[in-house]
Design a binder for this molecule. Structure first.
Ligand code: NAI
Length: 383
């Protein structure tokens, strides 16, 4: 019998380990049904590989590109007190499935911002990855990091800038849409959010690996970003998270220059809005997600993280000559931003209320994804 989900606000306090394994298995199946060109990248380092977009990337890397992966994440193992985090079980499942197929998939759990952890990762690359990596994916999402100099915790604040934001937010615990007012961020909150979710840490990772000669010739790196349609700009693109993503874009250019010396490059990949542990945390974003799911499903263009990552490494040619926009960004949000999608999304959002959102929008789909992220509601066939 499955244990029941314990949800507080938008956080699941437990998970269903067998369901996590099943979710991983389903993603592997999706990858194995797709085809990929022979990949030049054989050793891939993924930061944030235990859930969401990073997990999907890891699955494509192992089971689609047949590459070796080193997978970093910050997750909790099971203990007497609880099931541990879903990401912990995703890691275990990925590794076990990869080993069954003779593939290398090493998990390293710890704080990617810590100097000691980074040193340990470099040692693993020397020992298990022939001393070099070909591709680094930066898919961390976190609410805080230690200050590199003082060690003090810096926290991000997901807020608008200049103007207050008023709207609805989705409370998964109470299955309700609640009114929310967010005051504009202070200058310090903006700086801190950029420090946590911007590009500095990504740059430092690559630079340190380069200094230690652990990057192959032609090495590439990619980080995941979001822009979104105008309707979300007040809470995302023009807010603190948007500032952090603009910072990430500046660091993409710097990294691209740094890597040009060895024939490599850096790209920003703009993904689609999806339910993940990180995105359900963004106040005011839930209604947009529910409307987007509804419309994209109706139009037959809905994708999950795994379909997005399959598209990145096939159609978008991430490892050869990537298809980009005029700012060198790889756009996996192209279907999300279609006029035909956004027109219907805006209409739905104008009609949505706390009374009708469960039927008007794709509340069930969003809730289902949230439960599945934590391994719930996936095992009914085998119970
Ligand atoms: P997620 O919450 O599913 O995954 C975050 C990953 O980061 C997990 O593997 C977690 O263990 C790891 N992590 C967090 N703190 C860490 C630390 N200190 N050390 C090591 N690992 C740590 O998040 P999601 O949504 O997959 O986000 C990944 C990236 O994709 C982010 O940059 C996000 O902004 C971007 N993105 C997300 C979208 C969405 O709708 N979910 C849309 C577009 C971009």
């Amino acid at each position: 019998m499955e244990n029941q989900p314990v949800i507080q606000g938008v956080i699941a306090k437990n998970c269903q380990p067998e369901g996590c394994r099943e979710a991983v298995r389903q993603q592997i199946n999706a990858v194995q049904r797709s085809s990929f060109a022979n990949a030049p990248a054989k050793n891939i380092l993924i930061l944030g590989a235990s859930s969401g977009f990073g997990l999907a990337t890891r699955i494509v890397a192992n089971f689609g590109l047949l590459a070796n992966t080193l997978n970093l994440s910050f997750e909790k193992p099971p203990s007497e007190k609880g099931t541990g985090s879903a990401g912990w079980h995703n890691n275990q499942a990925c590794q076990a499935f990869a080993e069954e197929q003779g593939l290398t998939s090493i998990n390293k759990v710890g704080d990617a911002f810590s100097a000691e952890f980074r040193k340990e990762v470099r040692e693993i690359i020397k020992e298990h990855f022939d001393g070099h990596i070909d591709l680094l994916i930066y898919s961390l999402a976190t609410g805080g990091r230690p200050d590199p100099e003082s060690g003090e915790l810096i926290r991000s604040a997901i807020k608008p800038i200049d103007e207050p934001y008023q709207g609805y937010t989705l409370d998964l615990e109470h299955e309700a849409l609640q009114s929310v007012t967010l005051q504009p961020a202070t200058p310090a909150e903006i700086t801190d959010t950029v420090k946590v979710m911007g590009g500095e840490d990504w740059y430092n990772w690559v630079q340190e690996l380069q200094e230690e000669h652990l990057l192959s010739n032609g090495f590439r790196t990619m980080a995941y970003s979001y822009i979104g349609p105008e309707i979300t700009h007040a809470i995302y693109h023009h807010g603190t998270l948007g500032r952090a993503k603009q910072d990430l874009q500046q660091y993409t250019d710097r990294l691209n220059e740094l890597l040009a010396i060895q024939g490599g490059g850096a790209w920003l990949v703009v993904c689609k809005a999806l339910v993940t542990k990180a995105s359900v945390f963004i106040p005011g974003f839930g209604p947009y997600l529910m409307a987007l799911y509804k419309v994209m499903k109706q139009q037959g263009v809905h994708e999950g993280c795994i379909e997005q990552m399959i598209r990145l490494f096939s159609e978008k040619n991430a490892l050869a000559n990537p298809t980009t926009d005029d700012q060198r960004m790889i756009r996996l949000d192209d279907w999300e931003l279609r006029g035909s999608v956004q027109g219907e999304v805006s209409e739905l959002l104008q009609q949505a209320t706390p009374e009708n959102f469960r039927t008007l929008l794709d509340y069930d789909g969003v809730r289902q994804d949230f439960l599945n992220l934590n391994g719930f509601d996936l095992m009914s066939a085998t119970e």
